[in-house]
Design a protein around this ligand. Structure first.
Ligand code: COA
Length: 176
């Protein structure tokens, strides 16, 4: 199984059917819904199954895994990080998405997962530029990016659309 070791406490690996309950439990969180674009709320078992199917299909189509679960050494899934493949398989750039389960926030887990994942993006995928476009008021997410040397590049007016409403986004990028 593909595995990216973050450190002695954490590793990243692809989602499997055994992660369905953890996904449903962690993703029934309004804050995750509020700050992301593709995760429904409330989050049902069907949503989790759709996500697992999508991961499997993407893996077949692109020959690599796009979404990785962040796991403790016992295998428990506590978060997720992935590339959206927003600009196609041949692009030098991609967009990062991530969430951490509420009870595991504030321990530095996402900061170190992003560090590892960007190393993987640059060295294995060959990216030159990794982007994240945050909702304007997402302070925790700004902080994890800044701790990983991402630079703020500006405010993107009405870049996010959600249920017919438009939101400004802050563009952050890490450039090789
Ligand atoms: C953003 C998120 C992934 C961070 O995960 P995490 O594992 O808690 O991150 P870390 O512990 O590595 O770092 C969090 C940092 O944000 C800081 N922080 C948290 N809330 C904050 C706030 N309201 N204002 C300012 N800083 C804040 C923490 O103090 C910490 O910084 P520090 O190490 O300097 O003290 C998590 O909060 C989350 O899943 N949020 C909901 C989904 C989301 O926003 N996804 C990102 C979409 S772009």
């Amino acid at each position: 199984m593909e595995k990216l070791i973050v450190d002695d406490d954490l590793y990243l690996s692809p989602p499997t059917d055994a992660d369905k309950e953890a996904l449903v439990s962690h993703l029934n969180d309004e804050e995750i819904y509020r700050y992301t674009l593709r995760i429904p709320y409330p989050y049902t078992h069907k949503d989790a199954q759709d996500f697992l199917n999508l991961c499997r299909d993407q893996r077949k189509q692109y020959g690599r895994n796009l979404h990785w679960l962040i796991r403790r050494t016992n295998g428990e899934a506590i978060g997720c990080i992935g590339f959206h493949l927003s600009f196609g398989t041949d692009s030098h750039r991609d967009e990062l998405g991530y969430w951490m389960a509420r009870s595991y926030r504030g321990y530095g887990f996402m900061t170190k997962s992003i560090k590892k994942f960007c190393e993987y993006g640059f060295s294995y995928i060959g990216l030159i530029r990794i982007e994240a476009v945050l909702f304007d008021d997402n302070k925790a997410s700004q902080r994890v990016l800044e701790k990983n040397e991402f630079k703020y590049e500006g405010l993107m007016k009405k870049i996010h659309e959600k249920k017919g409403k438009y939101f400004d986004g802050r563009m952050y990028a890490l450039v090789k």
